[in-house]
Design a protein around this ligand. Structure first.
Ligand code: FAD
Ligand code: FES
Length: 248
């Protein structure tokens, strides 16, 4: 007998946690028994009944995986779950990144490294060259450096305290890469000040860039207006914004 899958992506769907990776003291990666056709840069809404529902960027859609930093009530509750526990997921949402050009520079700060790994995996599979610049406060907080290297990316790391890689901000690492030759396009996800600094660097060099922004979200479908930022709905028109240089 043939079955038609009539599941609607906007309805929360129960999924079981099948693997939990401890990345560092406050960051874990969750893998679910759920498979979604998703693009790098897209996110899912994850609901814990009685707690909250929050957007989380995908590292992969097949199976659904995300990396979560423990910062407040929702992320603390998520960190307390074990393999076999259930979460409810809707999505994927958002526009995602477009893999363009032959040489991509992927920049990640904090858990923003996770969606960059999804971009890098897709780009390497399409025979593109990827340089990854990964930043964190300390060596212990650097995420996925080995996974980028295993994909075949050139990896540059920076830490605020110099405990691994070059001492300084992730944007210092980006500056050094740009001095050695320009990539075709820059991709970034991380804290807002990091994204703003990368945008300025790209504008100075005349480079196109794709930046993934965050804002508070509720519906994730472009209905409630919670995520509105300067007339732009981050959930539906973003979270990725592409900037291209205007020819003189
Ligand atoms: C499109 C999108 C994708 C996202 N992807 C991810 C992801 O992949 N992984 C992930 O962990 N989170 C991600 N987030 C953020 C996530 O949705 C939660 O808002 C965040 O994890 C905090 O939720 P909370 O309820 O635990 O804490 P909240 O109660 O919302 O926040 C607790 C406190 O921590 C502060 N805070 C909130 N977020 C952060 C942060 N990231 N770093 C430091 N302090 C913070 C708040 O200002 C507040 O003071 C994403 C958000 C968006 C919009
Ligand atoms: S979260 Fe409701 S419009 Fe974006």
């Amino acid at each position: 007998m043939n079955y038609v899958n009539n599941w609607r992506p906007d309805l929360p769907r129960a999924a079981r946690i099948i693997q939990i990776g401890v990345e560092n003291e406050r960051t874990r990666t969750f893998v679910l028994d759920l498979h979604l056709a998703a693009r790098p840069g897209q996110f899912v809404m994850v609901w814990l009944p009685g707690v909250e529902e929050r957007p989380l960027s995908l590292i992969a859609g097949d199976p659904v995986s995300f990396t979560v930093a423990r910062v407040g009530p929702f992320t603390t509750a998520l960190h307390q779950l074990r393999v076999g526990d259930r979460v409810w997921v809707r999505g994927p949402y958002g526009n995602g990144f477009d893999v363009r050009g032959q040489h991509l520079l992927c920049v990640g700060g904090g858990y923003g490294v996770a969606p960059m790994l999804f971009v890098a995996r897709q780009a390497i599979a399409a025979s593109r060259r990827v340089t990854a610049v990964i930043g964190a406060r300390t060596a212990a907080e650097l995420l996925f450096t080995d996974r980028f290297a295993a994909l075949g990316c050139a990896v540059i790391t920076t830490t605020d305290d110099g405990s691994a890689g070059a001492r300084g901000l992730v944007t210092d690492g980006v500056r050094r890469v740009l001095e050695q030759g320009l990539p075709d396009e820059v991709y970034a996800c991380g804290p807002r000040p990091m994204l703003e600094a990368i945008l300025r660097l790209c504008q100075a060099e005349g480079l196109p860039c794709q930046l993934s922004w965050e804002n508070k979200m509720r519906c994730a479908m472009g209905i409630c207006g919670t995520c509105e930022q300067n007339g732009w709905l981050v959930c539906r028109e973003g979270p990725v914004q592409r900037w291209v240089p205007i020819p003189p």
